[in-house]
Write a protein that binds this ligand. Sequence first.
Ligand SMILES: C[S@@+](CC[C@H](N)C(=O)[O-])C[C@H]1O[C@@H](n2cnc3c(N)ncnc32)[C@H](O)[C@@H]1O
Length: 191
Amino acid sequence: MSGSAWKFVSAFLREPLKVGAIWPSSETLSRAVADACSFAPHDTVVELGPGTGNFTQLLAERLDKSGRLVALELSATNVEVLRRRFPKGEIHFDSAEHLAKHVQPQTARCVVSGLAWGNMLPAMQDRIMSAITSSLAPGGQFVGFAYSHARYYPTTLRFRKLMFREFARVEFTPTIWRNLPPAYVYRCWRD
Ligand SMILES: C[S@@+](CC[C@H](N)C(=O)[O-])C[C@H]1O[C@@H](n2cnc3c(N)ncnc32)[C@H](O)[C@@H]1O
């Protein structure tokens, strides 16, 4: 097990509900998420709940030096790993609902989510969604993933409704089996 995967598991054992997954996303899922994001090398990209950075790695590779990578993560263990792995990224130990204050005065071309929406209370879903929509540039994208087994959880269905309410277009991939557990990717576009 790699050092960062072990850190991820230990963060989960400490705070299972908050971390929401026992294992970091696979390379296949991480690539599917990164490939769903369209941004130019000089853009601002935000990641919410990056864990130990499997998506972050690919996003950082695709942004050049003029681009800005802002990440908000609530597990102190994961933040420590992220700051070591991505010294040029803006890594905040803060909740995704406070995203706007970290992005301003710019707006984000793309917001990528690693959050476990299915574990979240409705009021938290609303606060984070409102922070996302107010931080996205016109035409910007919101991309994330969800676990296939939780597709019909009431909290997941509620979040799905929020996406359709807030975005002009919403798309889902088929299930990606090479992940523990299997998952799918969604992407949404702002007007
Ligand atoms: C399901 S894990 C995904 C981690 C990583 N993106 C991956 O796919 O391997 C969710 C991550 O979101 C973080 N998290 C949970 N609630 C959060 C919040 N309100 N704001 C920021 N991060 C949060 C957890 O600490 C955890 O690292």
